[in-house]
Design a protein around this ligand. Structure first.
Ligand SMILES: NC(=O)c1ccc[n+]([C@@H]2O[C@H](COP(=O)([O-])OP(=O)(O)OC[C@H]3O[C@@H](n4cnc5c(N)ncnc54)[C@H](O)[C@@H]3O)[C@@H](O)[C@H]2O)c1
Ligand SMILES: [Fe+2]
Length: 386
């Protein structure tokens, strides 16, 4: 038996942000970052909420790849304001931080261990509105929150995974994404593509997940270069916003694969942005996984109208198309181009490989990896040779 979970209300399209004017409630706590504050998006959200009769408070200190400290800091401010709505505005970082703060607001004495291993029920004090400003993670419609653990010398990402953490209202308004600089557009767009491909080939996928995933893949190949070339192109922004949302709806039900397991470590160790790290690892993992699911990759190649002869050839054509897409949007296809030296790489690769095996996303990968496999994949991605 398979299920499909998604937020109760998903509001989508140009102007969707105005939905905030209809929210019923008293107090809204906005969680965002400095960039969104500086460009006026936080003020716009606050003014719509005020129009709906809510008073607002803001916490705009979330940084990319949020850690436990920022979550605890935001939660303290949330506790003193006592909102009935939490309004997360941003990319995956702000939305994930808000989701994690939600636990510490509802349960001030909860431990991180409980949040990760046995997250209790939410909505005793507040509900969540998640407003996406990137077209990548799709965190506004997912059952996950990713928090970076910086307690030890080696930093790593931990995931709160539970349907409890789904937003009550997800808002996806492409106009909010028009301000994304090309680099962020490129990286977050490749995150969406990775979600879709990993969902399509997950061992837990369903026909529903695959239908969403394949639409997301088509949109990304067609519109990501256009959104990258001209961020004001709202047709391209809308297509990428829907790609990101559909890919996330798919993967939150089917789960992901080892592209994410490998990429998470590159983010925490070397600071490679999440989407760029996924983009980097994706072709190498497709090549590695193809022994298990070349037929699925060939189906994707067919949906993209690529010319190929058999499943293996279809897989290779898909890999070539991904390298071409990366090139079109200025993303590196090897780790060296992110400024990582051979000495740095050699010093880190064993720990990265070990930690990647502990990542939750390993479990639904179509091929069961070993630590040695992970090391080989990192080594290939470092040199750029398949
Ligand atoms: N919860 C999930 O389901 C899920 C899934 C995948 C990844 N993640 C996590 O999400 C995080 C990455 O999120 P992301 O890729 O969306 O990026 P992000 O939220 O880290 O944002 C990246 C940068 O872009 C800026 N930015 C965002 N929107 C902008 C806009 N409209 N205009 C101008 N600048 C803008 C931000 O201020 C930030 O500096 C990672 O921590 C990753 O692990 C979560
Ligand atoms: Fe992702």
């Amino acid at each position: 038996m398979k299920g499909f979970r998604t937020p109760k209300d998903v509001v989508f399209g140009i102007g969707a942000l105005e939905y905030l004017k209809q929210v019923n409630g008293e107090k809204a706590f906005i969680v965002s970052d400095k960039v969104m504050k500086d460009i006026g998006s936080v003020d716009k959200v606050a003014s719509f909420l005020k129009e709906a009769g809510l008073s607002t408070e803001e916490f705009c200190e979330v940084m990319p790849d949020p850690d436990r400290d920022v979550v605890e800091k935001g939660a303290k401010k949330m506790q003193s304001f006592a909102p009935d709505w939490i309004v997360a505005l941003g990319g995956g970082s702000s939305i994930d931080a808000a989701k994690a703060m939600w636990y510490f607001y509802e349960y001030p004495d909860i431990t991180w261990e409980t949040v990760f291993t046995a997250p209790p029920a939410l909505r005793n004090k507040a509900k969540l509105i998640a407003i996406a400003t990137t077209s990548g993670t799709g965190s506004e419609v997912t059952c996950a929150s990713v928090v970076t653990n910086k307690l030890g010398k080696v930093h790593f990402k931990e995931v709160i995974a539970t349907p409890e953490i789904l937003s009550d209202i997800a808002i996806v308004d492409p106009e909010l994404m028009a301000s994304m600089p090309p680099k962020v557009t490129a990286a977050t767009g490749m995150d969406a593509l990775t979600h879709a491909i990993e969902s399509y080939t997950s061992i837990a996928t369903t026909v529903v997940d695959q239908a969403l995933a394949v639409s997301a893949i088509n949109n990304t190949f067609k519109y990501l270069p256009k959104a990258y070339a001209d961020g004001r192109n709202l047709v391209a922004r809308e297509a990428m916003a829907s790609a990101s949302m559909m890919a996330a709806m798919a993967f939150t039900n089917s789960f992901l694969g080892i592209v994410h397991a490998l990429a998470h470590q590159l983010g925490t160790e070397f600071g490679v942005p999440h989407g760029a790290a996924n983009s980097l690892m994706l072709p190498y993992v497709i090549n590695y996984n193809s022994i298990a699911c070349a037929d699925a990759y060939a189906e994707i190649a067919e949906a993209l109208n690529l010319d190929f002869e058999d499943d293996k050839d279809g897989t290779n054509k898909l890999i070539e198309a991904i390298f071409e897409l990366q090139n079109d949007i200025g993303l590196a296809s090897n780790l060296k181009d992110y400024g990582i030296t051979e000495t740095q790489f050699n010093a880190a690769v064993d720990t990265l490989s070990q930690n990647s095996m502990n990542d939750i996303t390993v479990h639904c990968n179509p091929r069961v990896p070993s630590i040695d496999d992970m090391k080989t994949l990192y080594t290939k991605a470092f040199s750029g040779e398949l």
